[in-house]
Design a protein around this ligand. Structure first.
Ligand code: MN
Length: 297
């Protein structure tokens, strides 16, 4: 006889449901709710995630000159841009660039530093139309902050995909879901997943205790852990404690789930630079002023 071993798991409770903050403009192309870092959703609490800008669904009128934001630098982290409606173009001083369409992702590692510009794809700007996107900044561990910049273009077709019993599906950008992996490479453990349940469909999820876990309702709405309502365009933050959570779609929905291991390192930020110390921020500003981030028209 061996004593029965029982694997105890506990529920990751909903810590808070956050309404979309007032919108602000990034350049003239992105009208975003700045969910992070903000109030109780501090940089330390949300690590490894730092900034979350969400352009909820809106319609841009036609314009010849593409909407967007001109050349600016980044150092010390990764920008992850997800296009839900419309098309987003990107060019950087390393010669990387491209256009992502609906459902696609660009995962840019700024690392030691580059310049880039972000704008609506030219032809799409001319016709105007619905636009909806997310930009998430994923912090880099101190040892990787000065890594070589790189660019991962991830089309929707390249994502990991799991079909749910009720007809919905799950798209894995990074990390995994039920053993299916996403294509993005990351520097610390990060799961970034689109849950696309049909109305009434329930999804069971599990992440290690200690991870930072949140869900943004891009389309539709859901009930979390059986009793907490997540309305459209709201963000649910889960407690660090506990492992399991459930999502039940109140209607056909698209829910962006992020879960990652906190870096637990000092955070120093100034504008587009995200480092560990004030000295490193000063160095980034000097390097930028000396043209070390490259050139971009
Ligand atoms: Mn940028």
């Amino acid at each position: 006889m061996t004593p029965e071993t029982k694997l105890e798991t506990t529920v990751k409770k909903v810590e808070r449901i956050v309404a979309p903050p007032p919108k602000h403009w990034v350049g003239d192309g992105f009208n975003v709710h700045g969910f992070l870092p903000h109030g109780p959703l501090s940089a330390e609490r949300m690590s490894p995630f730092f900034l979350l800008d969400y352009n909820s669904l809106m319609t841009f009128p036609p314009r010849l000159e593409p909407y967007g934001v001109g050349p600016h630098p980044h150092r010390g982290f990764e920008t992850v841009t997800i296009a839900y409606k419309g098309k987003v173009a990107h060019h950087d001083s390393r010669g990387n660039g491209g256009v992502i369409g609906e459902g696609d992702v660009q995962w840019m590692t700024a690392g030691s530093g580059l310049l880039h510009k972000e704008y609506h794809e030219k032809e799409r700007s001319k016709t105007g139309g619905p636009f909806q996107m997310v930009q998430l900044w994923v912090n880099l561990p101190a040892k990787d902050k000065m890594t070589e910049p790189k660019y991962q273009a991830i089309t929707n077709a390249e994502m990991g995909r799991v079909t749910l019993p009720g007809g919905g599906e799950v798209e894995i950008i990074a990390g995994e879901f039920e053993g299916t992996k996403g294509p993005a490479t990351t520097f610390s453990p990060v799961h970034l997943i689109n849950l696309k349940p049909k109305k009434g469909e329930k999804i069971d999820l599990s992440y290690p205790a200690g991870y930072t876990t949140a869900i943004l309702a891009i389309e539709g709405s859901a009930v979390l852990n059986g009793d907490k309502t997540l309305p459209l365009n709201h963000l649910a933050l889960f407690e660090r404690e506990g492992e399991t959570l459930t999502v039940e779609a109140s209607e056909d929905s698209v829910l962006l789930l992020m879960s990652g291991e906190p870096l637990n390192e000092p955070i120093a930020q100034y504008g587009p630079f995200l480092m560990n110390t004030q000295e490193e921020i000063m160095q980034a500003i000097r390097d930028f002023q000396m043209g070390k981030f490259g050139e971009l028209d």
